[in-house]
Design a protein around this ligand. Structure first.
Ligand code: ATP
Length: 262
């Protein structure tokens, strides 16, 4: 169970969210949607405990498997090392990883389809591979609460499908509480019991995914026309109507400066 009461986070004078009551029941999945810069990562990091609340109360499990949006590039570590780090809780302060820890890490890498990368330096992996490595690390923690920040943002379609499959498998176990942020409303519709929408106006709404992911709500969220298209035998597809407004290109760019010479 994750619970926030009257929670708020501010950076300087600017409140990212305030007065937020949030609860995610054990064994359920919550998706978090919002436009760029609205505060999803801030909320995710405050759920995980990496950003302290500026006001209000937080109750969350002490062990959370966290898949961050972006990770730095620590030198030296191999992919396997990065995943084994997820076992820190099992190792104790001065412990070193046991055979069992390495087995768990290898198994987690195999689940995300990256067992062949185990000995590669982490800083020589791609963005999508890193997301999968961080997922493997979260899985290897043994945590029953998994919090993911835009976990599909760098994944190709096959790996998006793999991610959805892994999360569905966790859900089928019934023991996992999952929170994920995404820019893919389709994923919220497919996976999440409930979806929370952080509107540009500051309003935050939440309900069952099938109900709240309506065309009017999505259009308010993203400010573009969006259609929910019924699909046979599956959840609806959610598609933006790509009728982009004409932008003003900067004067210095190639097209803006026809006399530009190379
Ligand atoms: N440490 C910080 N200090 C000041 N402002 C910050 C800090 N971290 C984030 N912000 C600002 O807070 C706002 C919310 O950022 P956040 O990363 O939570 O948004 P987001 O919804 O996850 O965005 P995106 O979809 O682009 O990843 C943004 O305007 C961002 O610039």
């Amino acid at each position: 169970m994750i619970r926030f009461a009257n929670a708020g986070v501010r950076f300087g004078a600017r409140w990212i969210f305030r007065g937020l009551d949030l609860s995610v029941a054990s064994g359920t999945t919550l998706a978090l949607l919002g436009p760029n810069g609205r505060g999803k990562t801030t909320l995710i990091r405050s759920i995980v405990g990496l950003i302290p609340l500026s006001e209000g109360n937080r109750n969350a499990p002490s062990l959370i498997g966290y898949v961050p949006q972006a990770t730095g590039e620590p030198v030296r570590y191999t992919v396997l090392d990065m995943v084994v780090m997820g076992r820190a809780r099992q190792l104790g302060v001065f412990g070193s990883p046991s055979g069992e820890d390495y087995r768990a890490a290898h198994q987690a890498l195999s689940t995300v389809g990256l067992e062949d990368l185990s000995e590669r330096p982490y800083n020589r992996t791609s963005g999508g591979e890193r997301q999968l490595i961080m997922l493997a690390r979260a899985l290897s923690t043994g945590a029953c609460t998994i919090v993911l920040d835009e976990p599909a943002s760098a994944l190709d379609l096959a790996n998006q499908s793999r991610l959805l499959g892994i999360l569905r498998e966790l859900q089928s176990d019934g023991a996992y509480t999952i929170v994920f942020s995404t820019h893919l409303p389709q994923h919220a519709l497919h996976l999440a019991d409930e979806t929370m929408m952080m509107m540009p106006s500051g309003r935050i709404i939440r309900s069952q995914s099938a109900k709240i992911l309506s065309e009017p709500n999505l259009e308010e969220l993203y400010g573009v026309p969006i259609r929910r298209v019924p699909m046979s035998g599956n959840a609806d597809a959610i598609v933006p109507l790509l009728d982009s407004p004409k932008p003003v290109l900067p004067a210095g760019c190639c097209r803006g400066d026809r006399n530009h010479a190379y």
